[in-house]
Unconditional design. Structure first.
Length: 220
């Protein structure tokens, strides 16, 4: 490369021109993640938005040859590949932990209570069932909103609306589907589908129990 001031030929990794001592300022180019659309620094190994591993070509870094050798070793070593995929899965799970907890735990615990702790007073059982469900939904939804607020791509919560926050607190069956469309989210995440299935099973169970109770009272 050439010095912008004196035009002398200098090494690519120089911080100052050896002839005129002019500081060499390098601007790191930004790229866009193909998974979530977030900007990714050229020297980053993973996307700051979704955590997905970024693959770079050899000429994109100053140490291109060494990185090419590392990528070649990673491809040839099946153990390294499986280990990296497991690490990626753990990172994604930790990053989306509150979404997964909100999707699975409230419906599951409410369903177990409704099936295992049935009482003579059905209305008492139904009230407790949905108190358990809504309390856990609000708890995990509150922590999920706090977690999302810390992410730089959310621009201090301006990306998602008040409607999304309300649905997260009270109606996650809709908010979890919308959550996948936020910046940096995994578009193929399964937590909204799993939550929908569990919630549907809970509602069917409640309706089935009420029908059995009604038939029992009618026979009496």
């Amino acid at each position: 490369m050439k010095c912008p001031k004196c035009g002398s030929n200098i090494p690519d990794d120089s911080r100052n021109c050896p002839d005129c001592h002019t500081p060499i300022i390098k601007i790191k180019p930004m790229r866009v993640c193909m998974n979530c659309g977030s900007e990714v620094p050229d020297d980053a190994d993973s996307c700051p938005g979704c955590g997905r591993t970024v693959k770079r070509k050899a000429h994109q870094t100053a140490s291109g040859s060494s990185q090419f050798d590392n990528e070649k070793k990673a491809v040839n070593g099946s153990r390294q590949v499986s280990s990296s995929s497991e690490n990626h899965f753990i990172k994604v799970l930790k990053r989306e932990k509150y979404a997964w907890l909100q999707a699975v735990l409230p419906g599951t615990l409410a369903l177990l209570y409704h099936l295992l702790v049935l009482r003579d007073n059905l209305s008492f059982n139904l009230i407790n069932t949905f108190i358990i469900y809504e309390a856990l939904v609000f708890f995990f939804g509150y922590h999920d909103i706090k977690e999302l607020n810390r992410r730089p791509e959310m621009m201090e919560g301006l990306v998602y609306s008040e409607k999304f926050v309300y649905l997260t607190y009270f109606l996650p069956i809709l908010s979890l589907w919308d959550r996948r469309q936020l910046p940096g989210m995994n578009r193929k995440a399964l937590y909204p589908l799993i939550h929908t299935v569990i919630f549907t099973v809970l509602i069917i169970s409640v309706m089935f129990t009420m029908d059995i109770r009604a038939l029992t009272l009618a026979n009496l």
